[in-house]
Design a protein around this ligand. Structure first.
Ligand SMILES: *Cc1c(COP(=O)(O)O)cnc(C)c1O
Length: 380
């Protein structure tokens, strides 16, 4: 049934066996890794950690960037820095990768699942506004959930597959309701909303450098800040909260061993040197797909939202219904073209099935239709 599409993708990637998203190493990766080994600086100190942070701050326009061992760690730290505590509530999407919710749960807070927009696949400002006007109440300058009595401390939108959410509107709503905004920008490195890099609209933005992301450090994550003081606090807490001293071991807070090793940062520095080329290549692939699927009945290609520049981390096609989605997955995977459904919705997993949610109308619509198709860098 999908022979033509399978043939098209194999030709596009010039391969009989097309993976979903694999890393690309075409630069100074080996040179920088060798430098780490030759100088013995493979672990928690070394020049690449500082360089990766300052290069990334410059690239994104953040005032400060702080690296972590993973995006999940970075999200956990971002929520702690936003003051999220045990028994708080955190508004987020059910349509996300598990890391978003796990990080919320590490703080002891409860996720609340709000619907996404049809135009972005990310958290809907309209749905957040609706939920807050029904359930929210401001007391002593803080937002509370009237029904549960819990404090609503933070909101974590996710820029799904690299497509920016309506982040400006979310920032305004969060401000009005005294809620901290933490962006899960793990998938959206290089993506911009009205020319501004994703991750810079709230208190903290989080990136991931896992192996399947647009650039990789093997494993790794990063927090982006527009506030120097919180950035400095993040650096301190991710380094076991050690008070700087030439030989003494003194710590002034419960800290975390979340810092990225130099060897991973070295990989990141080399990858970052080619990020713009990777994104240009991925956008060209998306453009080719968009043209191709115009002529394929029953399959729509998802394109970047208005006023946004998307990195097209993972390309998305929308099938007619659940049955078509399953059929497409079966046939493509059987014939050497790797495709994946969108994640199982968070509210359907045993750890989160008791959590509050709204109608999730668009969320369910996407869950039954979205398939990710091959998206690796193609021509470099
Ligand atoms: C990749 C990803 C993360 C972070 O994952 P790590 O593997 O810990 O770096 C967080 N949220 C989303 C939505 C992701 O896709």
């Amino acid at each position: 049934m999908y022979e033509n599409t399978i043939r098209y993708i194999k030709e596009l990637y010039n391969s009989q066996d097309v993976p979903l998203s694999v890393p690309k190493f075409i630069g100074k990766e080996k040179e920088y890794l060798n430098e780490c080994i030759d100088t013995t600086y493979v672990s928690s100190v070394g020049r690449f950690v500082d360089r990766f942070e300052s290069d990334m701050a410059r690239y994104t326009g953040a005032r400060r960037a702080v690296v972590c061992v993973s995006g999940t760690n970075a999200l956990h730290m971002a929520l702690l820095l936003s003051g999220v505590e045990r028994n708080d509530e955190v508004l987020t999407q059910a349509l996300t990768f598990i890391a978003t919710c796990n990080a919320i749960c590490y703080t002891g807070a409860q996720p609340v699942f709000i619907d996404v927009d049809k135009s972005t696949m990310g958290l809907s400002p309209d749905a957040v506004k609706d939920w807050l006007s029904k359930n929210g109440e401001i007391r002593d300058g803080q937002c509370y959930d009237k029904r549960t009595g819990r404090r609503v401390k933070a909101c974590v939108p996710m820029h799904t597959f690299g497509h920016p959410v309506r982040i400006e509107e979310l920032a305004i709503i969060c401000d009005e309701w005294h809620i901290e905004l933490v962006e899960d920008a793990a998938e959206s490195i290089g993506s911009k909303y009205k020319g501004r890099h994703t991750g810079l609209f709230g208190k903290v933005g989080v990136l991931s450098f896992n192996g399947n992301k647009t650039i990789t450090t093997g494993g790794g994550g990063m927090m982006l800040f527009m506030d120097d003081d919180i950035g400095a606090k993040a650096k301190h807490l991710t380094n076991q909260a050690k008070v700087p001293h030439r030989w003494e071991f003194r710590h002034d807070h419960i800290g975390y061993n979340y810092r990225m090793p130099n060897i991973n940062a070295a990989l990141g520095c080399a990858q970052l040197e080619h990020l713009d080329e990777f994104i240009a290549d991925k956008r060209a692939t998306a453009k080719a797909y968009a043209e191709y699927f115009k002529n394929v009945p029953g399959i729509d290609f998802f394109t970047e939202p208005e006023n946004c520049f998307s990195n097209y981390w993972l390309n998305v096609v929308i099938l007619k219904d659940r049955e078509a989605q399953q059929g497409f997955l079966q046939e493509t995977n059987d014939k050497g073209v790797m495709t994946r459904p969108i994640w199982e919705l968070m509210n359907r997993m045993p750890m989160f099935d008791h959590c509050q949610h709204d109608s999730l109308e668009n969320t369910i619509w996407f869950a039954e239709r979205v398939v990710n198709i091959p998206s690796s860098v193609r021509c470099l």
